[in-house]
Design a protein around this ligand. Sequence first.
Ligand code: DGL
Length: 288
Amino acid sequence: MSLSTNKDLPIGVFDSGIGGLTVLRALQHALPHENFLYLGDTARLPYGTKSPQTVKDYALNANEILVATGVKALVVACNTATAVALDALQEKFQPLPVLGVIAPGAIASLEIASEGPIVVLATESTAKWHAYRDILSSLAPERTVIEWPCQLLVALAEEGWCEGPLVEEIISKLLSPLFAYLGNTKPACILLGCTHFPVLKSAMQHVVGTIPVIDPAHTLAAQVITLLSSQNLLRAGTKQETQFMATDGIERFARVAQTFLGYAISSEDVELVTVIPKITTAKKANTA
Ligand code: DGL
């Protein structure tokens, strides 16, 4: 089946859980004629504390579901999965267009005029693997990039705890060593390098004052439009439909989704799909 005949297929959107719904929301807005198929790998969340090989295996495995169901493009709406699995996903599913969130995030941060360091808030793994530093050093080698792990914010977002004094206190506590380290240097921006974080954006903005807080979802949406139009894959339909799939906890998924999506869904709107984990038995190396 050639890609040019697939215009009516949905765009697949993948995340480790519910966070990618912030990306889906931006895509639904920017592409009102497109249909979407969302998959959250809630059975294996969080990805952000796992090893690169595990995240890669999970992402390759889970995205098989989206591809087998039928999508015309894949958006990896998870920074952690993008950081380690984007190349492997592009290779595995070629010629399907596969886009990640890290390059658009890097581009969005460079659109801010001021010159201070670019601070990227991310999961433990995204920060540790320096995915943002690497891409920004090729786009703007003169810029300083600080990748700051805030894994706890994933759990807050998944719980739907997005605003209020307690949330601001937690954010403030997580960022205080960063600001102590920065001293008098004001960052150019705070880039939300985890798709769970945009629901915390206004609490974050309260904490960081005048420093711009950037959600890269809009830059990503613009890239998706450019890509689909360059491949003649844009759909001309009028009604937009979105299907949701999760690998566990569909009631919880539906309950928390509203915060991320801006509208309510019920658990009947979410299909439970099973991922078959790769089970291997590994003996500890005999070091004696
Ligand atoms: N939303 C994911 C990201 O953008 C990570 C959350 C997690 O699974 O730890 O990195």
